[in-house]
Ligand binder design. Structure first.
Ligand code: RIB
Ligand code: CA
Length: 323
């Protein structure tokens, strides 16, 4: 596979950290920039966690920028009950000196324009930064090859009975992204928990002398506690890849099954706010025949070869040996 030019937007976050570790190490990814947005944790915690994780993964040279400290309209609400008080399972990683004052949207714009080929923007967090990019620099955003976002669901939610956390956190941002017309892949809850690692995978990471493997093992152990009573991950596994599955699927698209459907998002209503409406009908209904909008077509992930992506993740973090 030719190397893919990639920008990643994160709310690091335990599974964002797993995703960054994979992206930093996989040879088919040229990680051009990482941008931070409030979500799982505060913007400051996300920024600190992101730079610390990249340093452990040997990618301390990758530019990192802060973006939105809150959603476009909604109040900020974190996921500390999942990711810990600091957003990184309470781990206290060393944070590199330095940093940058460039805003996330400006860094995205700079790297999209500088990329030798149209880059892929992978969004693993509330879509606030991506929405701001699309509003501030639509002509630059149009140079993206595609947007691959972890978010939404064609079935049940996690933050609410019907809404996934990233979509629920900033539904207006989701609306801006799915209505943009930029080729978009939705890696939602329909596949999010299906790619997961086993006890043997985590034990192999723990046996490794690589600091990044040790970090990933600790993060999986943290998630294993959260996933243990949820019955959302496949039998024989202990922790979901989560956001990391999104990046694995970019590297190995054969591991993901998508279907193109109109997608819209609910921005009104208290109980359904943040729900992504994936229209899987084969016909138009009375609402459309009376002028309602279906939503733009989005490639929605409905199935994933979880074992395949978990093996890809393990081999990448452990090196060619795969452990
Ligand atoms: O719903 C799961 C998503 O919300 C993941 O991206 C997780 O990191 C949180 O941001
Ligand atoms: Ca995330």
């Amino acid at each position: 596979m030719a190397q893919v030019e990639v920008l990643i937007d994160v709310d690091t976050g335990v599974d964002d950290a797993l995703a960054l570790s994979f992206a930093a190490l996989h040879p088919d990814i040229n990680l051009r920039a990482v941008t931070c947005v409030a979500g799982n944790a505060s913007l400051d915690n996300v920024y600190r966690n992101t730079r610390a994780v990249l340093a452990v993964a040997g990618a301390g040279h990758v530019p990192v920028a802060r973006g939105a400290s809150r959603p476009l309209i909604a109040a900020p609400r974190d996921a500390a009950h999942v990711h810990g008080h600091n957003g990184l399972a309470g781990l206290d990683l060393a944070v590199p000196e330095g940093g940058s004052d460039i805003h996330a949207v400006e860094l995205m714009r700079r790297e999209i324009l500088a990329s030798p080929t149209p880059p892929t923007l992978i969004a693993l967090a509330p879509l606030t930064n991506v929405a701001l990019l699309l509003r501030m620099y639509p002509e630059v955003a149009a140079r993206l090859d595609r947007i691959v976002f972890m978010g939404g669901s064609a079935s049940i939610g996690n933050a609410t009975p019907v809404a996934e956390f990233n979509s629920w956190a900033d539904p207006e941002a989701v609306a801006i992204v799915v209505d943009s017309g930029i080729p978009t892949v939705m890696y939602g809850l329909d596949v999010f928990y299906s790619a997961a690692v086993s006890e043997d995978d985590v034990a192999a990471l723990e046996r490794s002398s690589r600091p990044v493997a040790q970090l990933c093992a600790k993060l999986f152990r943290h998630m294993a506690v959260k996933d243990s009573d949820q019955k959302r991950i496949p039998a024989g596994t202990i922790a979901a890849l989560g956001d990391a599955g999104t990046v694995c699927a970019v590297v190995d698209p054969a591991g993901l099954t998508t279907h193109r459907f109109p997608v819209s998002v609910c921005t009104d209503g208290s109980r359904s706010r943040g729900q992504t409406i994936v229209d899987r009908r084969s016909h138009r209904g009375e609402s459309e025949l009376n002028g309602a909008s279906l939503g733009q077509p989005v490639d929605v992930a409905l199935a994933v070869d979880g074992a395949r992506l978990a093996q890809l993740f393990r081999r990448t973090i452990l090196g060619s040996s795969g452990g």
